[in-house]
Design a protein around this ligand. Structure first.
Ligand SMILES: N[C@@H](CCC[C@H](N)C(=O)O)C(=O)O
Length: 324
């Protein structure tokens, strides 16, 4: 079978985008899981943090399903949704549309550049909930806000929030990547606390409305950036940190930067996540389903986009010079 795909990224969180809608692919659930494990492999596959499947929707211009590199499906993916938004906006020739995700139909649009030369896309991150059952998380504190978590190091306090995939965020003085990896792994081996697993982020407050976030992603491990984690962290920084709602919060990450705007209406929160959606190359996977072997053909690189993105990357790196 030939499968056309686009290799793309949001803040260096990289994906294989497969448009089932346009190409008329009809994968089974098992095939989507198998494709994710096979193609995302960084040693023997194409290598990526996950696969974005673009599908038909009765409620919106398209539906996005996101599978992590271990083959598990996530409720939501912020960086991935920007890539799907770009793909669909270009396809439809529009500046704003809606995309169906597992828990909500979300508005996506092209907006003002967050960095010179970087086409920028904004996606709504909702529903947002601190309700422990929404992650779920099982701890004594309800909601789990700035609390220690049994099984995780006692010097760290976490706030748990679903956006709507599950996140815990700790505000730290300095980000220790090795510790984040250990805590992330451990948190995902605590089914009595996190029955569905959890994405774990460390956030360093850099200055008012500017933070640095790194994430251990459920189903993947440490990634360059996680869009929903940066959204969840921005929200936490308005509650337990100095940052403001209704103003852009710059989130520096290992792969670049994004802006998050946290909106509060009565007791409800929603977040706008704004950032790049960069195409790296497009190609075709020639896959033998029987032997589970494949090779990639007809690769076309989007070199100009990469060059522009390198400037953003260099700027972001300069903002976190001393951190791991
Ligand atoms: N990197 C994504 C989130 C992907 C899903 C996550 N690993 C999960 O299992 O919840 C993002 O940009 O939000």
């Amino acid at each position: 079978m030939d499968i056309q795909f686009i290799k793309c990224h949001g803040s260096g969180n990289d994906f294989i985008l497969i448009d089932e809608l346009t190409h008329g692919y009809t994968f089974t659930e098992q095939e989507r899981e198998d494709l994710s494990i096979l193609l995302c492999d960084r040693n023997d596959g194409i290598g990526s943090d996950g696969i974005l499947f673009v599908m038909n929707s009765d409620k919106a211009e398209a539906r996005m399903r996101m599978f992590n590199s271990d083959g598990t499906e996530a409720e939501m993916c912020g960086n991935g949704l920007r890539c799907v938004a770009r793909h669909m906006l270009e396809k439809e020739g529009k500046t704003h549309i809606a995309v169906e995700t597992e828990k909500a139909v979300l508005a996506v649009s092209q907006v003002e550049e967050i960095f010179p030369g970087i086409d920028t896309f904004s996606v709504a991150i909702e529903p947002v909930s601190f309700e422990p059952a929404s992650l779920p998380v099982r701890v004594d504190a309800e909601p789990a806000s700035k609390t220690t978590i049994p099984g995780l190091p006692e010097h760290l306090t976490f706030t748990a929030v679903s956006v709507p995939n599950p996140h815990i965020v700790a505000i730290v003085e300095d980000i220790n990547q090795e510790e984040l990896a250990e805590v992330g792994e451990k948190a995902n081996q605590l089914p009595e606390v996190f029955p569905n697993g959890v994405n774990v982020s460390f956030m360093k407050l850099l200055e008012k409305n500017k933070v640095f976030v790194q994430t251990y992603e459920r189903g993947v491990g440490l990634t360059n950036a996680c869009g929903t984690a940066m959204s969840a962290s921005s929200l936490v920084s308005t509650i337990h940190g100095p940052n403001a709602t209704s103003e852009p919060i710059i989130v520096i990450n290992k792969g670049g930067l994004v802006n998050c705007v946290v909106e509060k209406e009565k007791e409800s929160f929603s977040i706008q996540l704004r950032g790049n959606a960069t195409n790296v190359y497009e190609a075709v996977v020639q896959l033998d389903w029987n032997t589970r072997t494949f090779h990639v053909e007809n690769r076309k690189d989007f070199t100009e986009e990469q060059t522009k993105y390198e400037k953003l990357e260099a700027y972001a790196a300069s903002q976190i010079g001393g951190d791991s």
